[in-house]
Structure formats: C-alpha cells, structure tokens
Design a protein around this ligand. Structure first.
Ligand SMILES: [Cu+2]
Length: 522
C-alpha cells in the first residue's frame, strides 16, 4: 500500500484516507457507487478528490527486492517503488515538499506537466539540485488533466526507484468509470546502473582500441551537465550492431532489419513495482469500466502491452484525450503515457502483459472478477491483431498552432558506438549548442534517426503536435518515438519561457549525450 503524508506530517494510508473521505462525503456524488466503496476492491476503486493538494516526499536510500531474488540498494520516495501516487484535480495549486535524506543530491522532474521553468527539476538547465540533507518545495498551479509521472533527473536515480505516478483528474469528474488504476511499467536491475554504464563505456572503448578516455569510472557519475565527456565528431562508419556484438554488449536483434532493441540486460520487469511472482492485481465485475493509466517508467525498455482476450480502447496519449481508438496491443516508449478503458467480458482471470520489446522478458498483472482467483498467464503473448500506430492518434479538437515567426530545426539523431556517445546533430550534451527560440515562435523540429535504435524524444515544459498526417487533428504529445532510420516532425508554440531540456528518454542515451536545451532568448 502506498502511503502519503498529511500536512501535519503524520502517515496515513490510502485506505484510511479513502475511508475518511467516504465517510465525510455522505450523499455521494452522482456516479459514485457505495456498493463498491467498502468492498475488497477499494484500493483500485476510483479515488475521490484529495482534500489537501500537498505532499511530502522523503527521498531516502531503501533496500528493495521486488522479484524476491536479490536485495538492491534503491532510492525511493517514502520508502516504496513506485513512490506515492500524487493525485490532483484540474485547477488545484500543488505544493510538494521534497526532503532529501540521501548523502547525494537529488532533483525531481514532473514529467509532462506544464510547470514554470523554475519548477522543472533539471539540474544545470532550470534548477539547482537539492543538496544532501536539504529541502525544496515545489509549488505550481495545475493547468491540465491526465496521466503523468515524476522521476529524479539526477544521475541514475530514476533507474533505481525514484519515480511515481502523477494523476490529474478532470474537474467535471471521472465520467463513466468504475475503476481508475495506474499501471506503471518499469525495468529492474540487480546490479547498479553505474555498473551497466561502465560496461557500456568500457566495452565500446576497448573495441575502439582507446584507453578508456571517454569512459566514466564506476561510482563517479556526474550530474547531467557535468559529465566529463569528450567532444569531437561522432563517427558512425562501422555498423553499430557489429561493434556492439563484437564488444559483447547485451543486445537483441530485430527480426531482419539489423535493428537494435536494447543496450541493457534487465533482471526483471515490474508493474507497479511488483514482479511476476507476486503480480499486481485488480478486481472488477464484468462490464465495469476500468481506466488503465499506462506509464512506461522504464529507464531503457520499450514495452508491448496486451490484455489477454480483451481489446484496449485508447482514450488518452501522454495525458491528453484523443479520439478513442480500439486496438489489440500497443508499443509504449520510455516516458510515454497512454490511458485505455477496458472491461472484463465475463467472470474470469485476464492477464495484462507488458513485454520488453526485445523479447527478453515481461511484466504481468492480473485483472479478475471477484468470484475468480487471479491466475497469471506467464506465457508470452502473440502480437497479432491491430497495433496502435501514431497515425491512429487524432486530437479531439483542432490543434492548429497560432501564427508566429517560424523557427525550424533539423536534427540528426546519431550514435558513436566506438565510445558509447549518443548525439543530436553531432553534439553530445552538455558540450552542445542551445537551440535558440523566442517567445511566440512557431517552432518546427524534424528529427532524422540515423541510428539502428529507437529513441523516445521528450520535450520539457511544452506539448508538441506530432505531424504524421492527421492535419488539424494532429495529436499533442510530450514524447515521440523515432524508430530506426525514421524521420519524425513536430511543432510547438514557444509559450513557456526559460531553458528546457529536450532529450532521449533512454537513460543511458541521455547520460551519453543525447540531449539539447531549447533556450528562450530575450
Ligand atoms: Cu535514445
């Protein structure tokens, strides 16, 4: 059970909080179903509006063992992974007090939220990190609705547990929804991400015959913006896959195209912090409407999501409503969010699969009716049927941007596997030029992926229109996948002054330089 802290600092459980909220709310709102409130499905039942939009997160070292195979030194918020669910209502003012109990800095980024730059939580770009033993209060108005999340933007803390869901409910209530559940999917290591990083750098450096010059010694990872990284011109003359294969780096090939689906071998995949031996469960009656809020919180894993025998009605992408589309499965990149509405057709147990794109494993959860014991199906699902494509995504209303001075960027996504450096247009962040824009600009970005890996490119502080043929109904997103060899375009209005990082949400690609900063000029 996730716990949250009240204003007075006392710990309450979500169950206790719900009970008191329910008791206080006699004469319940339309659509609220008392018959479920005291039933056993309470934890996944629709959660009413929190009474105090204030949270306290204690960031501290925590020993976790989600797959019951190995204790791992993690960093968590309030002792759990995922961290406490932050649940707000559109129009609220949020206040979150973050207490850093680590002996190292931290910094929290509110992923997908339209915050002022001073609250974005990216060290060396928008904010100072929160030093060891210090407190920072994040405070900003909630200007949107939907499914988001928060995670550390310091070092590799995101990989080891410092992340949690952030849900903003619509002011007019949940609509025709009986159960509202976050499904946060992640990848889990038994070794430290610093070890992974050192291996990636060492193997590629040795392959190149270098002397570790470009590598970061284990345990001396620097924050974003201070990585001791050599500049220079990336070279992609050798096919990456061969270099990586020669270097012995974990990888899995695509079926025929030479596509490389993963750099990192994971020990487990998790749904809501739970591994398959003790899977995440949701109980619902046949026909009830279940809103699943999918968040890919993996550090470097794409997942394919499928619910056994049940189609997914996709209603939201990256927090924002789209014209509903029914699919059999979907691919979700790191940092993307999708909401799907499903219902169980009949009494039974239905397994939700999140399969790593490289096929190396899966996380499962189980949706089941109250009369049936949950029976996880650990067989790898097939992915026949209809997959969600970006071309299926249509905004509810036109998203055409207001006119403004056009500013265009053509950015090549590149990698230099001889040194494990990932670049945007030949430059590895932080030794990279800012992308200069002005308030009111209509900013167009064309990304050409010259590599054989997928890159989920994420922009802070803005939503952009993904230009894939939907015309005036082009969907708004904060993260867009760029498949190997693919070109993707997006555009946005520069309406949130400051400095905003734009980066690949593969944590290892980010560490290796795949980022730029959009900088507003006066
Ligand atoms: Cu990438």
């Amino acid at each position: 059970m996730q716990r949250m802290r009240t204003r007075s600092g006392s710990m309450i459980s979500r169950r206790a909080f719900l009970s008191s909220a329910v008791v206080a709310a006699t004469g319940l709102a339309v659509g609220f179903r008392p018959r479920n409130v005291f039933g056993s499905a309470m934890e996944t039942l629709y959660v009413p509006r929190p009474s105090k939009p204030q949270y306290i997160l204690h960031v501290a070292p925590t020993t976790l063992n989600p797959d019951r195979k190995q204790n791992v030194t993690a960093v968590t918020a309030n002792g759990s992974f995922p961290g406490p669910e932050i649940r707000m209502r559109e129009g609220d003012q949020l206040r979150i007090r973050v207490e850093n109990l680590l002996n190292q800095p931290t910094s929290i980024h509110w992923h997908g939220l339209l915050v002022p730059a001073s609250m974005d939580g990216v060290p060396a770009v928008s904010n100072d990190p929160i030093a060891a033993g210090r407190v920072f209060v994040y405070e900003f108005p909630i200007r949107q609705t939907g499914t988001y999340w928060y995670h550390s933007h310091w070092d590799m803390q995101e990989q080891i547990g410092l992340a949690g869901p952030f849900v903003i409910e619509e002011a007019n209530g949940p609509g025709n929804i009986d159960h509202d559940a976050v499904v946060m999917i992640s990848d889990w290591l038994h070794r430290s991400p610093e070890q992974v990083w050192a291996t990636l750098r060492r193997q590629t450096s040795m392959r190149a015959g270098s002397t570790m010059q470009g590598s970061t010694p284990m345990g001396t990872m620097k924050p974003k913006g201070e990585m001791p990284m050599k500049g220079g011109t990336p070279e992609t003359a050798m096919p990456m896959k061969e270099q990586k294969k020669a270097a012995g780096t974990a990888m899995t090939m695509g079926a025929s195209s030479g596509v490389d689906l993963s750099d990192v071998t994971y020990d487990a995949f998790l749904i809501n912090g739970k591994a398959n031996a003790d899977p995440w469960l949701l109980k619902a009656r046949p026909g009830e409407h279940i809103r699943l809020r999918f968040i890919n919180a993996g550090a470097s894993t794409y997942f394919r999501i499928r619910l056994d025998r049940i189609p997914l009605l996709i209603t939201h992408a990256d927090g924002i409503a789209v014209r509903p589309v029914t699919v059999d499965h979907l691919l979700i990149g790191m940092a993307e969010c999708y909401d799907a509405v499903v219902s169980l057709p009949a009494s039974g147990s239905y397994t939700l699969h999140a399969v790593a794109q490289d096929g190396s494993g899966q996380a499962v959860g189980v949706l089941h009716t109250p009369d049936v014991e949950p029976a996880p199906n650990l067989t790898m699902p097939s992915f026949d049927g209809r997959a969600l494509s970006y071309t299926d995504l249509r905004a509810v209303d036109p998203t055409t941007l207001p006119n403004g001075p056009r500013r265009s960027f053509r950015l090549a996504l590149q990698g230099d596997m001889s040194r494990y450096i990932w670049t945007i247009d030949g430059q590895a962040y932080p030794k990279a030029d800012p992308l200069l824009i002005r308030q009111g600009d209509r900013v167009e970005v064309e990304m050409k992926n010259e590599t054989m890996m997928w890159h989920p490119m994420h922009l802070h502080g803005h939503f952009f229109r993904v230009l894939q043929g939907a015309g005036e109904l082009s969907p708004l997103k904060h993260t867009v996948n760029v498949a190997p060899r693919e070109t993707v375009k997006f555009e946005f209005t520069a309406d949130n002054p400051g400095q905003w990082i734009f980066h690949c949400h593969n944590l290892y690609h980010l560490e290796a330089g795949m980022a730029r900063v959009f900088e507003y000029q006066a």
